[in-house]
Design a protein. Structure first.
Length: 197
């Protein structure tokens, strides 16, 4: 049985649905909003690579390593970006949340907090995960701040861990949250989201 089964999660006008080929045009338009692929510390596909991005995500889903979602605005039914469970380890009930990016118009809104609440809630409350993790480029300071705002703890840095899209080698900052920390983190995230609205 697959640890992360297909599921649709929605709340506050944001819907996470399993990423598929039907999202190709919307994903391309979302990436174009801000030319996000030009950022060296992200995994956003270039416009001509959107189909390959989706095919890679689907292959990783089949292999059990990653489950990618399209992030959809429910009111307009438009794609805002993508996010994934990845490095899925059923034996120890651990997933990581990553490959996350949003169109420029969705940044600095309630979208990211809502997506993280949906994914963390599903991971801890439905899948029974003991740990949820995150990783980011050591130079992606905005991502590090966002992960820390979730209530995740910094586990450390893996030096010389991965290639960036420009061919340089990055250090990777690792974070995690244990299931016992989730109730307090959830309460804080709900509070912050209400204040934002």
């Amino acid at each position: 049985m697959t640890f992360v089964a297909p599921v649709v999660l929605s709340e506050r006008g944001v819907r996470l649905e399993p990423l598929g080929q039907r999202h190709e045009d919307g994903l391309r338009e979302a990436a174009a909003d801000g030319e996000l692929w030009k950022l060296r510390v992200t995994s956003v596909p270039e416009p001509g690579q959107t189909r390959e991005y989706i095919e890679t995500a689907l292959r990783m889903r089949e292999e059990g390593h990653r489950f990618a979602f399209a992030v959809v605005d429910e009111a307009s039914d438009t794609v805002l970006g993508s996010t994934s469970y990845h490095d899925i380890l059923p034996a120890v009930k651990r997933v990581e949340i990553g490959y996350t990016w949003y169109a420029k118009r969705a940044q600095r809104s309630h979208v990211n907090t809502t997506c993280k609440l949906l994914m963390m809630g599903h991971a801890f409350d439905t899948l029974g995960c003991h740990v949820v993790g995150w990783r980011t480029d050591n130079y992606n300071f905005a991502s590090q701040r966002a992960i820390e705002r979730l209530g995740a703890k910094k586990d450390g840095v893996i030096r010389g861990h991965a290639l960036r899209r420009d061919g340089t080698i990055r250090d990777t900052v690792m974070y995690s949250m244990r299931s016992g920390e989730w109730p307090e983190a959830r309460a804080q995230l709900l509070y912050l989201r209400e204040r934002h609205d």
